[in-house]
Design a protein around this ligand. Structure first.
Ligand SMILES: Nc1ncnc2c1ncn2[C@@H]1O[C@H](COP(=O)(O)OP(=O)(O)OP(=O)(O)O)[C@@H](O)[C@H]1O
Length: 833
């Protein structure tokens, strides 16, 4: 915004008799002075006591702080100054922008001799820009702060009172600017305001007192130079705390200077005294001037650093933003709570040192074998080792990504997701990789087939940067066997595609010695296998682990340091047979969250006639038996239902969700879960999940005399399936007969189906599988028949198909097609919607 000043007219003039010597009637004109003494002069209006000029001129930019109006009588051969008025532009701007203002014109003795009508108009848009830049170039203003500094006014060779007052007005104008942005600069504002007031008084004194000491001139000159930052002060200060501090000190110093000048000029607290009598005034002024110049230097340097940091940061931020937008297109796993890598624990310090060292050595040593595969039976400790290996490489900044597969979260092992997660992790691991992958992402590849995506998203980008990287970068994949139906394509992706990547990218894969995995990995030159053989591994690790857990239990329960005896510790080590999950479950049973009597529990454990070491099924049975009174039919029914819900839920559920799904009274599931601490991980209000996958295996394992629980659970699964089906219909408010409600179809159904699928579908699948497989073993009693009939009803088939082909039928049309197929709606239905 630029400003134009209008001088309109004068009135109420007192025409003194002495002036008549210069003419009978006045010939009047007005001069307007800004801080640079750029004078604007109106034309002369003759013989008129109420002259009207209506003339305007553009103020210099940046606008001056004060304007002086002088009324002259144009006498022959002589111009007589009649009266003068002064007003600050800020005051004019605030109180009367675009409005006429009357100001009193006074004689030197403060006598009012008339009134002058002026106004200030704002110019905006192109004209303002033009005017400002024209004036800026006229006064050699540099570009705005943020790039370089912009001096408000550099007054060269200050030598006279007039110029001194100009210089002071420059400082004032700058201070005014700071005062104006006061709200933004809450800390600075009060000081700036005070300094401005003192300086205003100094300015007035200087105006009246024409001659000025050279020292004051020098000081004011230093102040003027210093205030070059003030126009953009809010920008500068808002962007840096350090600069804010400097500005604050500058302002305090200004106050100091203003006070001194005022004193020096004889208008301070000391009253009218000789300048020379101010003790050491000259020296003090020199000091202040030097300090001001130092502050200016500090400010400039601070700003220079700040400016370059800001620009570098802005560039960096823009780049990062761009990249993170591109990377956000990647499909990453949304781990259901409790299933992500962050929930995994590392090995107890001191355990597994040899194997971790061996694996990290293999992964950091260049070799043909790009993949290290660790195989081992369930619960032997693979995930824990994988977590430690990941953390080791994360610490070195060399972890590409850590993928954990679990059978409860099959989506997480979708090969596309795996590919994307690796691309994302590697991009985050190194800026060059990020750049290369983001370039690929800008080519819109994400709908392309898997092999093409591998080629474009990983292979090419990594190839393109391989010479700029010092390897290795490690990708850890835990639980490959848990990827179920993705196993084939994932195995193929890892063994045949990932091995084509540059040698710096190494893979650490763990799995049970699953046949499908072995088929792909064994006999592949790119794979080095290391198996965790619990029968031959040395027992130090498990012994250390058992002792550590026992110490914790002892401390927690305040037991004697002799508990348990060494021989019992050894017995536990033997019983564990090197199987960590056995040791972990046994010690949870003895001293976990729900055990109040570790001594008794330990005794019970040791009394159990384990048929073989590592017999997990027996251990799980023991843990369940001790969880409550199974002879109480109420407890038995609810506990089985709750266990089944936990074992089968795709997404871990809270106790209240379990209550809702099973139609139990609020708090029932929590009561049961309180007793299942050694096999289920749960705390009030949290999601419940089996402590280890092997407990799920146990519950859903083949029915046999050794494991009566699996039959109990299967029976409960059947009930659960029916309960879920009912809940599904009730909660989803989805009555097939109401399909015409297209709003419901379009907006609610896809989301609801998702909820339903995540909680219910595994239950249905399991119940179907189990009862299908055991049909021959059981009499088709009424209950089972009812159950099967419900499974075979059109509605059920519809739901089953809806669940299994959810991807394809995300649209209302898809559901309709299915509904028609099962004759749940008539063929003409589609036309009606
Ligand atoms: N070195 C160790 N230090 C501390 N705890 C361990 C260690 N190894 C295993 N555990 C504990 O033993 C249990 C089983 O370990 P883990 O889950 O790593 O086995 P796994 O071989 O991955 O089993 P699965 O094949 O079923 O996934 C976990 O509770 C884990 O916390």
């Amino acid at each position: 915004m630029a400003l134009t000043l209008f001088v309109h007219s004068a009135s109420d003039l007192i025409w003194k008799p002495s002036w008549r010597d210069f003419g009978k009637s006045p010939s009047l004109y007005v001069t307007v002075h800004d801080r640079k003494d750029h004078v604007f002069k109106t034309r002369v209006v003759k013989a008129n006591f109420e002259p009207t000029w209506n003339e305007s001129f553009d103020l210099t930019w940046p606008p001056p702080s004060m304007l002086t109006f002088r009324l002259f009588h144009d006498a022959p051969g002589l111009d007589v100054r009649i009266a003068e008025a002064e007003i600050s532009v800020g005051a004019l701007e605030q109180s009367s922008l675009n409005e006429d203002v009357w100001i009193d014109m006074k004689a030197p003795m403060d006598e009012v001799l008339g009134r002058l009508c002026v106004s200030l108009r704002a110019i905006t848009g192109d004209k303002a820009v033009e005017q400002m830049s024209e004036q800026a170039s006229r006064f050699e203003l540099r570009p705005p702060v943020g790039v370089t500094l912009d001096p408000v006014a550099t007054v060269e060779g200050l030598s006279s009172g007039a110029k001194l007052s100009d210089a002071l007005s420059g400082v004032l104008s700058a201070l005014e600017n700071i005062v104006k942005v006061g709200d933004e600069l809450a800390k600075i504002h009060p000081y700036a305001n005070a300094a401005w007031k003192v300086l205003t008084s100094v300015y007035k004194i200087v105006q009246n007192q024409r001659e000025a000491d050279e020292k004051v001139v020098k000081l004011v000159d230093a102040m003027t130079k210093l205030y070059s930052f003030a126009k953009e002060v809010d920008f500068v200060v808002k962007n840096s705390k350090a600069v804010e501090e400097t500005v604050l000190r500058i302002i305090m110093q200004t106050m100091e200077c203003a006070l001194l000048i005022r004193e020096y000029l004889g208008h301070g607290f000391m009253g009218r005294i000789a300048q020379t009598s101010i003790l050491g005034a000259g020296q003090r002024i020199d000091q202040l001037a030097a300090e001001l110049l130092r502050l200016k230097d500090e400010f400039d340097r601070g700003l220079a650093v700040q400016t370059s940091v800001v620009s570098a940061q802005i560039l960096d931020t823009v780049e990062k933003l761009k990249n993170s937008l591109l990377l956000s297109d990647l499909r990453l796993p949304t781990h259901p709570s409790g299933l992500g890598p962050s929930t995994r624990r590392e090995c107890l310090p001191g355990t597994r040192s040899e194997i971790i060292e061996h694996i990290t050595h293999l992964l950091t040593t260049p070799s043909e074998a790009q993949i290290v595969w660790l195989s081992g039976v369930a619960g032997s400790g693979k995930t824990t080792i994988a977590t430690s290996v990941s953390e080791y490489f994360r610490g070195l900044g060399r972890l590409g990504t850590f993928l954990c597969f679990t059978r409860n979260d099959l989506d997480g092992s979708d090969p596309i997701l795996v590919l994307h997660t690796i691309a994302y992790g590697l991009a985050k691991a190194h800026p060059n990789i990020e750049q290369a992958i983001c370039q690929a992402l800008s080519r819109n590849l994400l709908e392309a087939p898997l092999d093409k995506q591998f080629q474009e998203l990983l292979f090419r980008p990594l190839e393109s940067v391989k010479h700029h990287l010092i390897g290795p970068f490690i990708i850890v994949i835990d639980g490959l066997d848990e990827s179920a139906h993705w196993l084939d394509s994932l195995g193929n992706l890892i063994a045949n595609f990932f091995t084509k990547l540059p040698a710096a990218f190494r893979f650490f894969v763990t799995s049970r010695p699953h046949f499908e995995v072995a088929k792909v990995f064994r006999h592949t030159a790119a794979v080095q296998e290391r198996s965790l053989d619990i029968t031959t591994e040395d027992r130090n690790d498990i012994s250390l682990y058992i002792r550590d857990r026992l110490t914790t239990i002892r401390q927690h329960h305040g037991l004697s340091h002799t508990w348990p005896e060494e021989q019992i510790v050894r017995q536990l080590v033997d019983l564990s047979g090197n199987l960590f999950i056995w040791a972990a479950t046994a010690l949870d049973f003895v001293g976990g969250r729900n055990s109040f009597q570790p001594r008794k529990r330990l005794q019970k454990l040791l009394e159990t006639p384990f048929r073989a070491a590592t017999n997990l099924a027996q251990l799980y049975s023991l843990a369940l038996q001790c969880a409550g009174n199974w002879n109480d039919s109420n407890f038995k029914e609810t506990a089985t239902a709750v266990l089944t819900a936990i074992a089968l839920a795709k997404v871990p559920m809270t106790d209240s969700t379990i209550d809702a799904i099973l139609g139990l009274d609020a708090g029932t599931a929590a009561d049961v879960l309180e007793h299942l601490g050694s096999v289920v991980h749960w705390s009030t209000g949290q999601r419940a999940q089996t402590l280890h996958a092997s407990f799920g295996d146990f519950l859903m394992g083949p029915y046999c005399a050794n494991n009566p629980w699996s039959f109990t659970v299967a029976k409960a699964a059947k009930t659960l399936a029916l309960a879920c089906f009912a809940v599904m219909q009730k909660h989803l408010r989805f009555n097939i007969c109401q399909l015409p409600d297209s709003h419901l179809l379009n907006s609610e159904v896809p989301g609801l189906l998702e909820t339903m699928e995540s909680h219910v579908s595994p239950v249905l699948m399991y119940a179907t599988r189990f009862w299908g497989a055991h049909l021959g073993d059981f009499e088709l009693d009424d209950e089972i028949l009812v159950f099967l009939r419900s499974f075979l009803s059109d509605k059920f088939l519809f739901w089953l198909e809806v669940l299994s082909v959810r991807q394809e039928m995300a649209s209302a049309a898809g559901i309709l097609r299915l509904a028609q197929k099962y004759t749940l709606v008539s063929a003409g239905f589609e036309a009606r919607t």
